[in-house]
Design a protein around this ligand. Structure first.
Ligand code: NDP
Length: 272
């Protein structure tokens, strides 16, 4: 019987994680299967426990359960603690070991796949939800010249900055007027609704990279805006998705897959 893994969420039918982990398993010769687990809202714990009882070895957790998974865990990594959200669970006997690989996924995509150095750069992070929270610790570890976070709700941004003991500056979009950044990361869910965060003009410095965590077939409104504003490099979140999966795979199997061919495969199926 192969080892069993799955992605748990609601909805979950659209998830590309099964395709990614099947490719990693093929590449590294691992005897495992990876499926989708739809949990009714309010039944995350029951669904995850039923999967464990069937011998499940681990789960990836997606919306809207990343917070519930944090409370479900019996052991939290430092990354999960900082993010207060969990996207990877590993089941070992009675232990439920939890981690968050979104931050390392973003940084590995930026530094590895896109060749974008973070150290010494001016970074603007848009949004103050789970995705933003999950990557802050990792961005700060790379020692950027500055990290500024902008959010529609100022209170939410400030609360987030306080929980990181003021390690970055948090404000509104209006307060960005006249400022420029080398890397602008869209961690809002605006693109999901076909909307653009209310960015003032000229926030992209010469040579800037615009990164949208969302991935879609066409260009998102944020990337279209960045193109119009002269950003030098545009990237969507597909690379982050593959890199966070590679880190989950490492946590479960102790092996680091080669993410490059898998990212290429996903791009081909996305464009098809
Ligand atoms: P949340 O619901 O937790 O947070 C949403 C954030 O978006 C809030 O800060 C909200 O601002 C902001 N927002 C929503 N609409 C707008 C708008 N029109 N203009 C400006 N700000 C807006 O979502 P998550 O943080 O969990 O997810 C955010 C995105 O990141 C999603 O698109 C998700 O798919 C993506 N993601 C991608 C990953 C990857 O691997 N590529 C991994 C994880 C997430 P306010 O507080 O003011 O309402």
């Amino acid at each position: 019987m192969p080892d069993q893994y799955a992605v748990i969420g609601n909805p979950v039918a659209h998830s590309r994680s099964p395709l990614i982990h099947a490719a990693f398993a093929r590449q590294t010769g691992q005897d495992m299967v990876y499926g989708r687990l739809l949990a009714p809202k309010g039944a995350f714990v029951a669904t995850a426990n039923a999967f464990r009882a069937r011998g499940g070895r681990g789960l990836n957790v997606t919306l809207p359960f990343k917070g519930e998974a944090f409370h479900f865990a019996t052991e939290l990594s430092e990354r999960a603690r900082a993010a207060q959200a969990v996207n990877t669970l590993k089941f070992e006997g009675d232990a439920i070991i939890a981690d968050n690989t979104d931050g390392v996924g973003l940084v590995n995509d930026l530094a590895g796949n896109l060749g974008c150095a973070i150290a010494g750069r001016r970074i603007l992070l848009l949004g103050a939800g789970g995705a933003a929270r999950g990557v802050i610790e990792h961005l700060l570890k790379q020692q950027p010249a500055q990290l500024v976070l902008a959010n529609r709700s100022l209170e939410k941004a400030q609360r987030l900055a306080q929980s990181f003991r003021g390690a970055f500056e948090a404000g509104t979009y209006a307060a960005l007027a006249g400022r420029q950044f080398d890397l602008v990361v869209n961690a809002t869910s605006a693109s999901l609704a076909g909307e653009l965060p209310p960015l003032p003009p000229r926030v992209f410095a010469r040579g800037a990279l615009a990164y949208d965590m969302m991935y879609a077939k066409g260009e998102t409104p944020f990337l279209a805006f960045a193109r119009g504003e002269g950003a030098a490099l545009l990237a969507d979140g597909l690379g982050m998705l593959v890199e966070q999966a590679a880190e989950s795979f490492f946590i479960w199997r102790g092996l680091r897959p080669d993410s490059a061919p898998v990212l290429k495969l996903l791009r081909q199926t996305q464009d098809a």
